[in-house]
Design a binder for this molecule. Structure first.
Ligand SMILES: [Fe+2]
Ligand SMILES: [Fe+2]
Length: 274
């Protein structure tokens, strides 16, 4: 069995600065990294699905690189609406998959038998996401030429409406229908994994499931009431673990980060504890 971790929406700021004046996102990420490193089954890679920094500044990416340094497995980056892809490229030398300056960050990765297809929904300087014809064309071609590989799609903005209104207002506003059409034509897609929402949410897209993951720092308030305010809160930090076995398929776990009582055994002397 193989697994990989999805970390998302780390929102790292320059050293000594807090996000929204209150959240120590660096301390949260350091804890998530140490959780990943102490997992019983070591994941083979970590994919970060966007909003890596808060403002896309050089000092933020430098800080991010330092915080990710303790990871002993490779990690891969994808931009979100809070990022600046060209600054990312400048700060993560050697991450050649990030592509040419000025272009979208789109790439494929071999995760054992799984093919991971990362697509860029970010438009620099804008909060909402978009997939233009060019990006969709690359996506379709990539899927067509890997029809026999079980595939996971990674993207920042999810391709569905969440009913959290202020987040839907900055959702994937362009290219969503075309994206869903393409997904529907490619049964090899096992899952679509997304960020942006700072919560765990699932929705059906064609034959598959699209999910968003919580942040290892702050979460977006669960408020489905129309007109609800844009607000964050410190619900438990978490990341996702996607595990794969050929005879069983892809199974996704939510992993909380923090100190919790336990683990304690269910059994004592071979019997369930009464
Ligand atoms: Fe975010
Ligand atoms: Fe975002």
């Amino acid at each position: 069995m193989k697994s990989f971790v999805q970390l998302t929406d780390t929102h790292i700021r320059a050293k000594g600065q807090l996000a929204y004046k209150r959240i120590d996102t660096a301390a949260f990420l350091a804890k998530a990294v140490s959780s990943i490193e102490s997992m019983h089954l070591k994941p083979s890679a970590v994919i970060l699905t966007g909003d890596l920094t808060d403002f896309g500044r050089i000092e933020e990416y430098e800080h991010l690189a330092e915080l990710l340094e303790p990871l002993t497995m490779p990690y891969y980056l994808l931009p979100g609406n809070h990022d600046a892809p060209d600054v990312m490229r400048q700060c993560f030398v050697g991450h050649d998959y990030l592509g040419e300056a000025g272009g979208p960050v789109q790439y494929t990765l071999d995760m054992g038998e799984i093919l991971l297809v990362a697509i860029d929904t970010s438009v620099y300087g804008r909060s909402a996401g978009a997939l233009c014809q060019k990006r969709l064309h690359w996506f379709e071609q990539t899927l067509a030429s890997n029809a026999d590989r079980p595939t996971v799609i990674a993207m920042h903005h999810p391709p569905f409406t969440t009913y959290i209104e202020h987040m839907d207002a900055i959702g994937l506003l362009e290219g969503r229908d075309a994206f869903v059409d393409i997904v529907g034509k490619h049964p090899q897609i096992e899952r679509i994994i997304c960020g942006h929402l700072h919560r765990s949410i699932d929705a059906r897209i064609a034959h598959t499931i699209a999910s968003t993951a919580p942040s290892p720092a702050h979460q977006v308030e669960l408020n489905l009431k129309p007109g609800g305010p844009s607000a964050w809160l410190l619900e438990p930090p978490a990341f996702k673990v996607h595990a794969w076995q050929a005879d069983n398929g892809l199974v996704s776990h939510l992993a909380y980060v923090g100190e919790f009582d336990g683990p304690h055994p269910f059994h004592e002397d071979g019997k369930l504890i009464d």
